[in-house]
Design a protein around this ligand. Structure first.
Ligand code: ZN
Length: 477
């Protein structure tokens, strides 16, 4: 009898729902105009949670930046709105370039800033690049017309056009630091500082030097990951890019590859502008390869290739490095890379590439000896892309799979040319069906990370905002 009543109740409820919202269907994603990679860990943060609202940015149609927001109390989405116009992505004969994906920071007055559109600049448009080379694009800075309002934007034209891989940090006193690579792959890494909520920026300051190698077969080059530390500190993790000349003995890959090695760590005290090693030895800028090897090396990865993830500190200020590490397989972008984690214990860097973390991309949380990774990657047993927690209770030495927050179908999209040329067994590498952002700044547990799915046979990406209860869905009209 009880069972009968219960079933009848369900029927009535669902009938009511049909009457009140006849055409409303909820999708697990909030937008479907993501383009190229949509998001990536390196351009961070891509979103921020403040005053009960999560703001997110991503690369959409025509490689332009888009911004959407989600109100956690009303459960309503706003946007996406186009927040700027990139000079990338306007020539359909060129391959998709995802270097200019937006990076977001919200200033102390509530204005929302995005930095986007850069991939080294163009000599004919931008003149001489004193700190590196050229490729394409124009690094731009747009700000919302009103505080906490994503509907209207203006460009400020107050940063150098050569930048790419923007990363933004806001200090406790409101100063904004913009870090980026000042040009194409043979360029210094620099920062610019703003003390007036992004209205003006100081000249760029080089902190990692790209220079000609002494053996004259290539250049020293770098990829960096920057985060706010404790108090006035900013922490920087980086890896070394072997930028061989075309035809150099070491270069059997036909030009620029993503061959990167080792993990390094330094910290920047913004109060006195000093740069130091993990052991508090002072460094002078810009840091060269010799100095980095001698003083800043955290992990020697040997023959393995790296791809840096997020470097950050815990509440005590102890540093933690996440990178993706895999074999050199003779291809331009290397073999599949497993998420890896290393931590400074006060005397040594501790960690192991065989910690059980999967191939994927994402970010991590550290709370005492508990380390949790949220990664988007392909489950080797099912071949499906999953966004899943991976947990460690022993300071990151071993990880075991945790809760799955989002699951896609089989990846059947068109592989990129590089992917298509690979041996079949490696076609899953680094998750072609999805891309992940770093964690949203000050993230609400319901909205931690932005995921871009490349659905079957589509050139577009579906964009998801994912948290502890799965993706935050959205009614579709
Ligand atoms: Zn290179």
């Amino acid at each position: 009898m009880y069972k009968f009543l219960f079933v009848s109740g369900l029927v009535i409820l669902s009938a009511c729902a049909d009457v009140t919202s006849p055409q409303t269907e909820t999708t697990p994603y909030f937008a479907e105009n993501g383009f190229g990679e949509g998001v990536a860990v390196v351009q961070h943060p891509a979103g921020e949670h403040i005053n009960g609202i999560t703001y997110v940015s991503y690369q959409g149609s025509n490689e332009d930046p888009y911004v959407a927001s989600y109100d956690h109390s009303t459960k309503e989405w706003s946007g996406p709105f186009k927040a700027g116009t990139s000079i990338l992505g306007k020539d359909p004969t060129k391959k998709i370039d995802s270097h200019g994906k937006p990076t977001m920071i919200i200033d102390d007055e509530g204005y929302i800033h995005i930095f986007y559109g850069g991939h080294g600049g163009v000599k004919e448009l931008h003149g001489d690049n004193a700190l590196g080379g050229y490729h394409s694009g124009e690094n731009r800075h747009a700000v919302s017309q009103k505080p906490y309002d994503i509907t209207a934007w203006r460009d400020l034209n107050n940063i150098t056009p050569f930048g790419t891989y923007n990363q933004a940090v806001k200090m406790d006193n409101g100063d904004i630091y913009l870090f980026y690579r000042h040009g194409a792959h043979r360029s210094d890494w620099v920062y610019q500082k703003s003390s007036d909520n992004g209205l003006t920026f100081s000249d760029p300051v080089s902190f990692l030097k790209s220079k000609r190698r002494e053996d004259n077969i290539g250049n020293d080059s770098w990829y960096a990951s920057v985060s706010k530390g404790v108090g006035d500190e900013i922490v920087i993790g980086f890896d070394y890019h072997y930028c061989w000349d075309r035809g150099a003995p070491r270069n059997n890959r036909g030009g620029h590859s993503t061959e990167r090695k080792n993990l390094y760590f330094v910290k920047f005290n913004t109060r006195d502008n000093s740069w130091k090693t993990v052991k508090d030895e002072t460094l002078s800028l810009p840091i060269t390869k010799d100095v980095a090897d001698e003083k800043a090396l955290a992990v020697d990865t040997g023959d393995k290739w790296t791809f840096n993830g997020i470097t950050k500190v815990d509440v005590k200020g102890m540093p933690h490095i996440n990178a993706y590490i895999g074999e050199d397989i003779g291809w331009q972008i290397g073999g599949p890379k497993h998420a890896s984690y290393f931590a400074w214990d006060g005397e040594n860097w501790v960690g192991d590439v065989k910690s059980g973390l999967p191939i994927g991309r994402g970010d991590f949380l550290v709370d005492e000896e508990n380390v949790r990774f949220l990664l988007s990657g392909i489950d080797p047993t099912s071949d499906k892309t999953k966004v899943q927690w991976w947990n460690s209770q022993n300071s990151g030495l071993n990880f075991t799979p945790g809760k799955v927050l989002l699951k896609f179908g089989d990846f059947k999209g068109e592989p990129s040319k590089e992917m298509a040329n690979r041996p079949k067994s490696l076609s899953n590498l680094d998750s072609p069906g999805s891309a992940a952002s770093a964690f949203i700044k000050n993230a609400h547990p319901d909205a931690r990370i932005i995921i871009a799915e490349k659905p079957e046979k589509s050139e577009w990406r579906r964009m998801y905002l994912v948290g502890d209860n799965g993706p935050i869905g959205r009614p579709q009209k």
